[in-house]
Design a protein around this ligand. Structure first.
Ligand code: PGA
Length: 250
């Protein structure tokens, strides 16, 4: 059975004070959620602080991105090895905001996925279509193309140690959550596509839903058979809301 995973994505938000308050508030809900994995992905500059505060608790954490290189002349980047050194379990790769604002192609995202795994991080591969692609009925094709780039570079078995997050771009930060039916339909197509390469890997991989996942929408989403939890942006910044989402995953 797949264990649900509820992961916060803080994006470019937080202060030392708010991060301290948030992590302190989440340690107990994470410790009390024995059948749910709970994680937060923080801006790189706060990861050391999260490490200190979450130390010894069940709260896992990760980065919101990682570079493809481990070291070198790449000003401003954060390497997977450095991220690992600060105790991270996860690294998000291919978030639609990185794809849109930093021109990350499927090939770059696949290279980041590989670099994260090489550093013993669990990549959280974000995939999903734009509104235009959704309206044109291209959702499944877009997701398959994004997955295929990783399969080509890393092999299907790489998904044994990875998480997938389906995030329709039109649902991110818009308050327009995909309906449980739409999301389940896409998740099952993602799983079927992976199964066409390796059924065992497909059955085991956690596929999270992201895009205006909040305390209200999470319960019905998480009841769907192929939705294994959520990647939560805005609602992960509020301890009460994020705790309610963890509850919904139990
Ligand atoms: P949202 O963001 O929950 O604020 O829509 C989700 C994400 O971008 O991961």
């Amino acid at each position: 059975m797949r264990k649900p995973l509820v992961m916060g994505n803080w994006k470019l938000n937080g202060t030392k004070e708010s991060v301290t308050a948030l992590v302190n508030a989440l340690v107990e809900p994470a410790n009390n959620a024995a059948n749910v994995e709970v994680a937060v992905c923080a801006p790189a500059i706060f990861i050391g602080l999260v490490e200190q505060l979450a130390n010894g608790s069940a709260l896992q954490y990760g980065s919101e991105d990682c570079d493809v290189h481990n070291s070198g002349a790449f000003t401003g980047e954060n390497s997977p090895v450095m991220i690992k050194e600060f105790g991270c379990k996860y690294a998000i790769v291919g978030h639609s905001e990185r794809r849109a604002y930093h021109n990350e192609t499927n090939e770059v995202v696949a290279a980041k996925f590989q670099a994260a795994q090489n550093a013993d991080l669990v990549p959280v591969l974000c995939i999903g279509e734009s509104l235009e692609q959704f309206e044109a009925g291209q959702t499944a094709d877009v997701c398959k193309t994004q997955l295929k780039a990783v399969i080509d570079l890393c092999g299907i078995e790489s998904f044994e140690k990875a998480v997938i997050a389906y995030e329709p771009i039109w649902a991110i930060g818009t308050g327009k959550t995909a309906t449980p039916e739409i999301a389940q339909n896409v998740h099952s197509q993602i799983r079927a596509y992976l199964a066409s390469f390796n059924a065992d890997v497909a059955a085991k991989v956690q596929i999270l839903y992201g895009g205006s996942c909040n305390a209200k929408t999470a319960p019905e989403l998480f009841k769907q058979p192929d939705i294994d939890g959520g990647l939560v942006g805005g609602a992960s910044l509020k301890p009460a809301d994020f705790s309610a989402i963890i509850e919904a995953a139990k």
